[in-house]
Design a protein around this ligand. Structure first.
Ligand SMILES: Nc1nc2c(ncn2[C@@H]2O[C@H](COP(=O)(O)OP(=O)(O)O)[C@@H](O)[C@H]2O)c(=O)[nH]1
Ligand SMILES: [Mg+2]
Length: 447
């Protein structure tokens, strides 16, 4: 589906889940809303429905009553989409819902595409893209962390670093362009040293947002913890204990786990995905199926945010397969002694399948790693359009290089404009208008 940026028509959709419910909400938005609403809705206690006020009435056509319901009318400029909009709180019978939607369409509305109400809110400047993504995550959040972030984002609180960087772009562009465009005005020379330091700050802010976005996306999908080790180390047992489920098959026969198993759980409000995989071993007697399982286990490491390397206390302490992993993986490893009731524990983290306090230690450790991995100042940003942020900081870095090598101002301005446009795509502002305004207010050009 592609949403039509130029769409001027009126859309309608069910805003609540399909199926039976006490109340269902049908929404409509667009220029024909007022007309369609006046045609099909008759208030019961009043002649004139007031905006934003829940009003009891009937949905009626040709004397046929569809439902008695509440409607709320939001005039253009004061609605979610910025267009005339209305909500009908009808009785939640699919038959009624279909009839109401059918009636709206008969009078000129059309069924909305998925996400189209929020898309219109962005198109009309009511929401920035990060705010719209906040709305998405508010609906889809599976953990307290993401829920809290979604709200911050909806309120626009997570855009600080982006808006600060953009403001920097506007200010510097105004300074440089004022001198280019109005050479006869007595503006003086630009303070090159200050601009370089400003650019450094801006590039840093954007780099932080861009690099944190990767990890934040991980937090969104669940911080991934892979249980890794030899067969029969108690990995599947540990997964069941941590997730308090019986999802993984546990058996004394080595090689029981073959397919990868992902189990989602929340830990102190964070979404965690525990990943159980086949045990790693080498030898002639490995079947083809077991070998495929081992390969999948190794592949799972590529996605791991943390590797719980399980080292069984009851097996001869040879070299643990995790110790042979390349450095980037090794850094993510935490060695846990498992089956500690059967032998000497080797590591600070240990686990016996019936020892809750040891499991608590492991849980705390996972949280510690997750907290350490999060964006340090906590100002995470959940955006799918990360390439805009990346492209903005790359342009700023090029502008900085151009300035340091005394390139003409035109080149620096062109890079800054690219950075500004990339940020505008996210934040929905108008760079040119802001630069012109800044030039005229700051430098009093033309007086
Ligand atoms: N005594 C003891 N046995 C355990 C412990 N953890 C797991 N086991 C047993 O070890 C065997 C292998 O466990 P499993 O979780 O399937 O190991 P995996 O191959 O690493 O997934 C099973 O018979 C488990 O019951 C433990 O802490 N103590
Ligand atoms: Mg297993």
């Amino acid at each position: 589906m592609t949403l039509d940026v130029t769409a001027q028509d009126t859309i309608c959709a069910l805003a609540t889940p399909a199926g039976l419910s006490a109340i269902a909400i049908v929404r409509m938005s667009g220029p024909q809303t007022r007309h369609i609403h006046d045609t099909i809705f008759q208030p019961i206690h009043t002649q004139n429905q007031r905006p934003h006020v829940a009003t009891l009435g009937t949905i009626i056509e040709d004397d046929f009553e569809f439902d008695q319901c509440i409607s709320i009318f939001f005039p253009a400029g004061q609605s979610y989409t910025a267009e005339d909009s209305v909500e009908y709180h009808v009785h939640g019978n699919p038959l009624i819902i279909q009839r109401v939607l059918g009636l709206l369409c008969k009078h000129g509305a059309r069924p909305a595409e998925a996400g189209e109400f929020t898309f219109r809110a962005v198109k009309h400047g009511r929401l920035s893209i990060p705010q719209a993504e906040g709305v998405y995550h508010l609906i889809h959040a599976k953990s307290d962390t993401i829920h809290a972030q979604a709200l911050r984002q909806l309120h626009g609180l997570s855009e600080t670093r982006l808006t600060q960087a953009r403001q920097g772009v506007v200010d510097i562009l105004a300074e440089l362009e004022a001198r280019l465009d109005f050479p006869d005005e007595p503006i003086g020379r630009a303070d090159q040293k200050r601009i370089v330091s400003q650019l450094t700050q801006m590039a840093l802010k954007l780099k932080q947002v861009s690099s944190s976005a990767d990890l934040n996306e991980r937090l969104l999908c669940g911080f991934r913890v892979v249980l890794y080790g030899p067969p029969n180390a108690g990995k599947s047992t540990l997964l069941n204990m941590l997730s308090q489920t019986e999802r993984a098959i546990v058996h004394h026969q080595p090689g029981t786990t073959r397919d990868r198993l992902d189990v989602e759980m929340t830990l102190e409000g964070h979404l965690i995905t525990l990943i159980d995989v086949a045990g790693i071993r080498e030898g002639q007697d490995i079947s083809e199926v077991e070998q495929i399982g081992i390969e999948r286990a190794k592949q799972a490491l590529e996605e791991a945010d943390m590797i719980l390397a399980c080292e069984p206390a009851d097996q001869p302490q040879g070299e643990h397969p995790a110790r042979r992993l390349p450095e980037p993986y090794l850094k993510k490893c935490f060695f846990v002694s498992t089956k500690t009731d059967l032998g000497e524990a080797q590591h600070a983290l240990s686990c016996r399948h019936d020892a809750p306090e040891e499991l608590t230690t492991i849980r705390k450790h996972i949280i510690k790693q997750l907290e350490a991995a999060k964006d340090q100042d906590g100002d995470m940003l959940l955006v799918t359009q990360r390439e805009q942020v990346k492209s903005a900081y790359e342009s700023i870095e090029r502008a900085q290089a151009a300035l340091s090598t005394d390139m003409p101002s035109e080149i620096i301005c062109s890079e800054l404009r690219q950075a500004g446009h990339a940020l505008d795509k996210l934040l929905g502002h108008d760079l040119s208008a802001d630069v012109i305004e800044t030039i005229f207010t700051r430098f009093c050009i033309g007086k």
